[in-house]
Ligand binder design. Structure first.
Ligand SMILES: *Cc1c(COP(=O)(O)O)cnc(C)c1O
Length: 381
């Protein structure tokens, strides 16, 4: 029913302009004009020398961003494709799913749907995963893989990756699968130094590309494990990725438009400089955190584990009328705000500072939020 009405809506030409809201949500994030232009590059054959050149030309930059000597594979899927595919490639005995938000909770469900023996290491939403709990679970010897979301986008919580990887060093038979969808290139995540076996990210969050592509890099250990699993399928088979990578290609026809956009975005990242990029994200995040404090609001996550790529603001006392704020921003500012995710929708809202945001765009958005709060609160603040 709602599908039908949406269809009708987009078919009315007069309403087209009103449909393009400026996105302030933590994914998909706003995409630059340059990226959209790169997406429009004419097609090439995916088995042509031109494609091989394109594919190979971005490898060094991708390896630099992942801090790895291993290849970086390109997947034509959203991150979930790789999140599911990774389980099918490496979980032989059992997987420990670290859970503290919408995406990490879902990963446990996906493990079971893939027929894997899975255990939920469950925390309250917004609580960080505790390395010592992981140690205790792994000591049972029941697990040969673990899933961890580095930055739980639904709650704005960043898990202590360094400490968790330290624990995993004592369990060399456990393959680590780390989701960095909303932290990749926001801060350094050093795959090889940390000993991460499988690292993956998506296109539409920290990388500020349109949705539909995901990246992954896997260790030799993960490839060796995959070789032992006969039912790992085809589309996300690590060995298919590797075999084709050696020829400068992908297993199936890839989203070539995204690869052009990725190349453009890599050039933008290089021009800014990685350290400057990290610094920008930290500074923008600080601006938002200060705004939150100054407005008498608080952050949702456990103190000390707040994300750097977004702020998840608590509205547990119901002080803010978030649906009304959203309506105000859409009608008056042409802006799309976030209203919270999953079971904390309305109890929280999130402010994104990933991707191409700048001090000017963040301050502009905070001003809009101030206006929205003022307009929707009546006399009571
Ligand atoms: C958005 C998100 C995903 C899922 O990405 P899709 O593109 O919808 O597959 C997974 N993990 C995290 C941390 C995310 O933020």
């Amino acid at each position: 029913m709602s599908e039908l009405s949406e269809l009708k809506f987009t078919q009315e030409p007069e309403s087209q302009a009103a449909v393009s809201f400026r996105l302030y949500i933590p994914g998909p994030v706003e995409v630059s004009e340059e990226t959209l232009k790169a997406m429009g590059t004419p097609m090439i054959g995916h088995r042509s020398p031109e494609f091989v050149e394109l594919y190979q030309s971005i490898q060094p930059d991708l390896q630099k961003l992942f801090y790895t000597q291993d290849p970086v594979y390109i997947s034509t899927s959203s991150a979930w494709g790789l999140m599911e595919g990774a389980l099918r490639n490496v979980v032989k005995e059992g997987v420990l799913n670290c859970m503290s938000g919408a995406f990490s909770d879902k990963w446990f469900d996906v493990s079971k749907r893939c027929g894997k023996k899975a255990k939920a290491l469950q925390y309250d939403w917004g609580t960080a995963i505790k390395p010592e709990d992981i140690r205790r679970e792994l000591e049972t010897g029941e697990f040969d893989a673990i899933t961890l979301i580095h930055n739980e986008t639904s709650t704005g919580t960043m898990n202590p990756l360094e400490e968790i990887m330290q624990v995993l060093r004592d369990f060399p038979d456990v393959i680590s699968i780390i989701d960095t969808v909303s932290s990749f290139t926001v801060l350094p995540i050093e795959k090889d130094r940390l000993g991460i076996d499988v690292i993956l990210t998506g296109s539409q969050k920290a990388l500020a590309l349109p949705p539909g592509m995901a990246l992954l890099s896997v260790s030799q250990k993960a490839l060796d494990r995959a070789a032992q699993l006969p039912d790992r399928g085809y589309y996300f088979d690590f060995h298919e990725f590797q075999k084709n990578h050696e020829k400068g290609m992908t297993p199936s026809t890839p989203t070539i438009s995204h690869i052009y956009a990725l190349k453009q975005q890599l050039a933008t990242i290089n021009a800014e400089g990685l350290e400057n990029r990290y610094k920008r994200h930290r500074e923008l995040n600080t601006i938002v955190r200060n705004w939150v404090k100054e407005r008498g609001l608080s952050l949702f996550p456990e103190t000390g584990y707040e994300a750097v790529s977004l702020c998840c603001v608590s509205n547990e006392n119901g002080k803010l009328d978030i649906p009304a704020m959203n309506k105000y921003l859409r009608e008056n500012c042409n802006a799309q705000m976030d209203q919270g995710y999953g079971k904390i929708k309305g109890k929280t809202f999130r402010i994104n500072n990933m991707g191409n945001e700048t001090e000017a765009t963040i301050r502009e958005y905070l001003d809009m939020l101030d206006k929205a709060i003022e307009a929707t609160q009546g006399g009571d603040s």
